[in-house]
Write a protein that binds this ligand. Structure first.
Ligand code: CAA
Length: 257
């Protein structure tokens, strides 16, 4: 099931996950969510993991939301269970110790936007369309959108998007900080390759520490967060990575991490 619903390509510890339900624009049904969770549980135990890139199959859609057909007849208790499973899975993605990047290659709506928001950053193809259109269906975002969206784009913009349900084009998503860059579909493929090379060439423990400092520090007051940074910075000098990186610089060669 894993191979069918989510394709996994492992390039020396950079994992590329492709949600593969193009007939439903890669909508998140229970089977996709469970498959993603199984994959993430395996990744959590991997010391050689460098980064995770997540995208959707085809050139039309990243993820067009939670599966509406599956949700249509749910009771409140079933809806709570469905959202709970998705929230737990999305949290696993968010808290992987390595950079997690969304390659948004088309529709990024509802649960798809919520998945992208749990990634460390997102880049988009120029045909990407974003939105939290749940109110058009008589519901609100249930996979974290009302909480992660205001934290990324501010409460006024999040309220605009979650109450009107309006769709945004990629350039507006860029302007409001929902994505870091916009590019063509072919450039998106090149970006994934370049990013894989960059991230797998850097000190792996330093990359993990940078993510930890930013994630953990965001929940703390500035002085505590700066102390956290100092602790993690000092820890970098305890392993061989710092010695190799700085020796390589002095010897004018590439570091071998
Ligand atoms: N769930 C289930 N199936 C979906 C889907 C979804 N979220 N989005 C698209 N599909 C299916 C369509 O039903 C259609 O299937 P059939 O061919 O069997 O009819 C197929 O994907 C192709 O879709 P369209 O024919 O609609 O394609 P389009 O190009 O005309 O429109 C679209 C594309 C604008 C994205 C449109 O499909 C759409 O509006 N989809 C729903 C978007 C949405 O509302 N997402 C939020 C879902 S609710 C949610 O996510 C709640 C949450 O927070 C937990």
């Amino acid at each position: 099931m894993s191979e069918q619903l989510i394709e996994v390509v492992d390039n020396r510890g950079v994992l590329r996950l492709t949600i593969n339900r193009p007939q439903a624009l890669n909508a998140l049904n229970s089977a996709v969510i469970e498959t993603l969770e199984q994959i993430l549980v395996e990744l959590e135990g991997r010391d050689d993991l460098r980064a995770v890139l997540i995208t959707g199959a085809g050139e039309k859609s990243f993820v067009a939301g939670a599966d509406i057909s599956e949700m249509q007849d749910k009771t409140p208790a079933e809806a709570r269970e469905f959202a709970g499973k998705a929230l737990r899975t999305i949290k696993r993605l968010e808290t992987l110790p390595v950079p997690v990047v969304a390659l948004v290659n088309g529709f990024c709506l509802g649960g798809g936007c919520e998945l992208a928001l749990a990634c460390d950053w997102a880049v988009a193809s120029d045909n990407a369309i974003f939105g939290q259109p749940e109110v058009l269906l008589g519901v609100i975002p249930g996979f974290g959108g009302t909480q992660r969206l205001p934290r990324r784009v501010g409460p006024a913009m999040a309220l605009d998007l979650c109450t009107t349900g309006r769709k945004l084009e990629a350039q507006e998503a860029l302007r409001i900080g929902l994505v870091n860059q916009v590019m063509s579909q072919s450039e998106l493929q090149d970006y994934a390759d370049t990013l894989s090379k960059q991230l797998s060439g850097n000190g792996p423990q330093a990359v993990r520490s940078a993510k930890q400092a930013i994630h953990d520090g965001m929940d703390q007051d500035l002085d505590s967060a700066l102390a956290l940074e100092t602790g993690l910075f000092a820890l970098c000098f305890a392993g061989g990575e710092q010695r190799e990186g700085m020796t390589a610089f002095v010897e004018k060669r590439k570091p071998d991490f």
